[in-house]
Ligand binder design. Structure first.
Ligand code: PRX
Length: 633
């Protein structure tokens, strides 16, 4: 038991006695050499956690449990796409990870090298991630739903020595071949990986390029018994990079350390998730997103839990499939996104009632705002606490939620909860940079440095971008901006009110509107385009594009407009992936701009959402918004 009687005490301790607090948390993991210094913040905003310590993320997730739970299920890979289910004990996972590590080594991967992982939700993806950190290589997982253009820009930035991929993914019964997308991405990228390792699921034919491409199965056979010990790395050694969208078209590689991340996840499993070894965690996200990194792979395994990896839709074969998994595996912790719940809410509630979900302690939801009706519906249906949690790819673990492992607190629907231990969460007046201390004042959600362990170290190979993007956006202060608006009530519960920048959130997927704009603008007949996020009752937001065509002579009727719209959408699908496809592409003759040429994004978005666009005195051509109004109806 901790000495803290309340969460308020626990939180204060984490802020006022930072080093004592985190040195206590550091005991939750195994160190080869214990840290000499808890936090080195001598060069703000760069924080170094657990300096002098050496550890290994894979050791803490896998090897460490062999003594006590070797035969317990560690990973259960379920696919309703291929109708397969396979469970790996900690001992089996340990063996598979070593095989993968041995194969990666044989392909030339060394400590510090990057390995890009472009894979569907199959067990081999987990082996690959764990194998990388085992040998001190950095993984960079790219979401399988991204297409060749997105993949190419990430290959170019990460400069991986090797790529691990699979013949195909599958979605809703439709096979999505990955290899052609990967080949195209490598062709587009200036950097060429030396080796490509392909898992053959037998779903789609693959052309292997001699010398570069290798199949996993025969190489695995060669290394069935190869022992690959964990490489002990400095706490500050990067464990991975994960790309995320921002305001520019170029995605940012969020770089994470090893020791801080391992401690942060171990602490979150205890204090936030109240998790015990031997329990079962089912996060429905994807390894391509941060939730997949922290709460499908690393967090549950570090805690000695069984983790479930799921490939498939929440509604196939029917809307009861997730609850059948909960019943079958006695899932104690479930983690999903509000959109998925909204999808299920549209289905017959009888699907849920069929299964026994009493094993669940709670359902955590994150990634986008959780609206009250959705929270209420799932709360009534499951009869377990519904816990909203707010965080970002950059932070790796929740910023705002409830720490039920420290003190049970009541959920307030509509609020992700309170500031988590370690996070100096502030609300800042955007214009003045002043802190807003009173209740219910709207400000930018910001975090006082140092960011706690587990948060991003920097932007991969771009320290200046890290400082300028995140720490310099608020006038006169060096403080981390989340780029979200928020308010806090008198009891410390926060409410998130949307992004301050051009990032949109479609079905819990974070997308940059600039990337979509760049893709659309590369169509030969598009002169200029603006993409905005528009409220959607199912997906939270959808992307909507307003484009000015170069030559409008052919656009004489609806059929011609629909044809061009279809072409543009296809182009986005091909370059970025269907996740980024706008819901509509409208053609206009002019975009709403100020006299100095700045796009009036918020006005455009307001009109697209049929809201009042506000003050338009700076607008160059008032007719621009009228066109938008007429189009969206
Ligand atoms: O705008 C916030 C929104 O998603 C952004 C971060 O997305 P991503 O980097 O993909 O990380 C997701 C990790 C769960 C945030 O800046 N967001 C995330 N969670 C919530 C949220 N908005 C409202 N409520 C949430 N619980």
């Amino acid at each position: 038991m901790t000495a803290h009687s309340t969460y308020a005490d626990f939180y204060r301790q984490s802020i006022d006695h930072r080093d004592t607090f985190w040195s206590e948390q550091a005991k939750l993991i195994d160190w080869k050499t214990p840290p000499q210094q808890v936090c080195d913040y001598s060069n703000p905003p760069f924080a170094k956690w657990f300096v002098g310590g050496t550890t290994n993320l894979c050791h803490n997730a896998v090897d460490r449990h062999l003594a006590t739970r070797a035969s317990q299920a560690a990973l259960v890979a379920i696919s309703t796409e291929t109708d397969t289910e396979r469970s790996y004990s900690f001992a089996e996972l340990h063996a598979e990870v070593q095989r993968m590590a041995a194969v990666l080594r044989s392909l030339g991967v060394k400590k510090g090298d990057r390995v890009l992982i472009y894979m569907p939700m199959i067990a081999e993806a987990a082996f690959a991630m764990l194998a990388c950190v085992r040998i001190g290589a950095l993984h960079s997982v790219v979401f399988g739903g991204f297409a060749s253009g997105s993949l190419a820009s990430r290959i170019e930035d990460a400069e991986p020595v090797a790529v691990v991929s699979a013949d195909a993914g599958s979605r809703g019964g439709k096979v999505v071949p990955y290899k052609p997308l990967l080949d195209e991405a490598i062709a587009l990228s200036k950097h060429k990986p030396a080796a490509v390792l392909m898992v053959n699921r037998g779903l789609a034919p693959m052309h292997l390029q001699p010398g570069r491409d290798h199949e996993w199965a025969p190489l695995r056979e060669q290394h069935l018994h190869t022992v690959v010990p964990c490489e002990w790395v400095e706490s500050t050694h990067p464990s991975y990079t994960l790309y995320t969208s921002g305001t520019t078209g170029k995605p940012k590689g969020v770089q994470r350390d090893t020791g801080g991340y391992t401690v942060a996840l171990a602490a979150s499993m205890k204090h936030i998730f109240d998790a015990k070894p031997g329990e079962t965690y089912f996060a429905t996200s994807d390894i391509g997103w941060v939730v997949g990194h922290s709460y499908i792979i690393y967090g549950p395994l570090i805690a000695g839990m069984t983790t479930i990896m799921y490939e498939g839709l929440p509604t196939r074969p029917d809307a009861g499939v997730w609850w059948s998994i909960v019943e079958k595996y006695r899932v104690t912790h479930m983690f999903s996104a509000p959109t998925a719940v909204r999808v299920l809410k549209k289905q017959d509630p009888a699907y849920l009632a069929q299964y026994n979900v009493k094993s669940l302690k709670a359902l955590w939801l994150a990634g986008e705002p959780l609206d009250e009706p959705t929270a209420q519906w799932i709360s009534d249906a499951l009869q377990v606490p519904i816990i909203d949690n707010y965080w970002q790819t950059e932070t790796g673990w929740p910023i705002l939620t409830l720490a039920n492992g420290v003190e049970k607190q009541t959920t307030r629907f509509g609020s992700p909860g309170k500031a988590m231990y370690g996070y100096g969460v502030k609300l800042i007046d955007e214009a003045t940079g002043e802190e807003l201390t009173g209740p219910n004042q709207k400000g930018v959600v910001a975090i006082e440095g140092p960011l706690p362990p587990g948060c991003m170290q920097t932007v991969w190979r771009d320290d200046a971008r890290f400082v300028n993007t995140y720490w310099k956006s608020i006038p006169g202060r060096l403080i981390y901006s989340t780029f979200d608006w928020g308010i806090r009530d008198a009891d410390g519960y926060h409410f998130i009110l949307g992004r301050t920048d051009d990032v949109i959130n479609v079905a819990g997927h974070r997308l940059g509107t600039r990337e979509i704009e760049e893709s659309i603008a590369s169509h030969p007949n598009i002169a200029e385009v603006a993409v905005v996020g528009v409220a959607d009752s199912l997906k939270g937001q959808v992307a909507m594009a307003f484009a000015v065509v170069r030559d409008s002579s052919g656009l004489t009727d609806d059929a011609a407009r629909l044809k061009l719209e279809g072409e543009v959408m296809k182009q986005v699908d091909h370059q970025l992936g269907a996740v980024a496809r706008p819901s509509r592409v409208y053609f206009v003759t002019v975009l709403p701009k100020t006299r100095s040429g700045k796009l009036l994004r918020r006005a455009l978005q307001a009109v697209a959402e049929r809201r009042d666009p506000g003050d338009l005195t700076t607008m160059e051509d008032p007719a621009a918004l009228q066109q938008v109004k007429d189009l969206v109806g």
